[in-house]
Design a protein around this ligand. Sequence first.
Ligand code: UD1
Length: 367
Amino acid sequence: MKILLVAGARPNFVKVAPVYRAIIATGGIDCRLVHTGQHYDYDMSQAFFEDLVIPKPRHFLGAGSGSHAAQTAKIMKAFEKVCIKEKPGMVIVVGDVNSTLACSVTAKKLLINVAHVEAGLRSGDRTMPEEINRIVTDSISDLLFVTERAGIDNLRREGHGEEAIHFVGNVMIDTLFYQLDKLKTADVPLETGIRERMRGESYGVVTLHRPSNVDDRERLLEIMTALAEISGDMPLVFPVHPRTSRSIEEFGLTSLVRRSNLYLTASLSYMSFLAVWKDASLVLTDSGGLQEETTALGVPCFTIRENTERPVTIDEGTNTLVGTTGKGIKEAYRRFRDGDIKKGRIPEFWDGKAAERIAKVILNQKL
Ligand code: UD1
């Protein structure tokens, strides 16, 4: 059996690493990696391949940036050629980025089976590009690998048959536990500025990149002002996504940062970032994956969004939705300082074995 496993953007690399390992370990499958090139900077792509020891992709599509339509179209055209050449029995896509949608649709139109890892998540917010990517990808996938029970309910409601739905757990957490083990003996390089912040009694970590939070000046100013204020009480380390970095400069927010105790640094590699956030007292983020990772390690997390597609992190984990207003963020921080700190438990099947379950299901397919 031949499978093409697709990754395009930073969170995808984290998800394909254990899936690739587990599929290869079955011994009976020829699994070939495809990198769409949606993320291309060293620290957004190659650094992750190195940290997560993902082999060099068989195909690199060089998609790069662009509008949603332009980026998606470029990936589709290039991936169609790869599918025609490789004739795989199955294409596996992960997550909810533009590469996920582009490659699932392309494969399905060539009558190739599609498996979606991280299926069924819904924020209910169709202004998010990721929500559209999730809905479209799930609607045409033959195998739906689900991370949390809410995903099963969503897929059933959308009319998917039971035979397609497989509750396997979370491959992002597979990577987390695997890399955490390696971190015990690894020598991870960290800037002096970060180390200084980590030396104190407590520190927080920030990530921010959702277009709805960082593309609008007023919104970003409000969030950054709240973060600057919080940093006066607890130093904050903030690895900045390229999109956010551009906005901070363009909107003239660098002086606000300079006056604060926010420590901004370029995006970090997986291991460096893990070394920083795992011991943080608090993580403030608008990322999807980090909501789950913090829940898995029991680190309190404020999600700077109005909704989440990962409700188990709220119901069982350490995640709190704090909204996107300065007032909401600061009030949540005040409660946190007063000792209202969420203690969660690890959700079902977030045990480091999700990719093994996926490989077992795939091996049973008659392709
Ligand atoms: C994408 C995903 C998002 C995911 C995020 C993680 C979609 C719709 N969004 O958002 O779900 O959470 O990745 O990072 O697929 N850029 C660089 N260097 C890079 C990559 C991007 O400078 O290596 C710049 C691009 O020029 C672009 C901007 O960052 O203008 C955004 O990149 P893009 O891949 O379009 O979306 P993200 O915001 O990264």
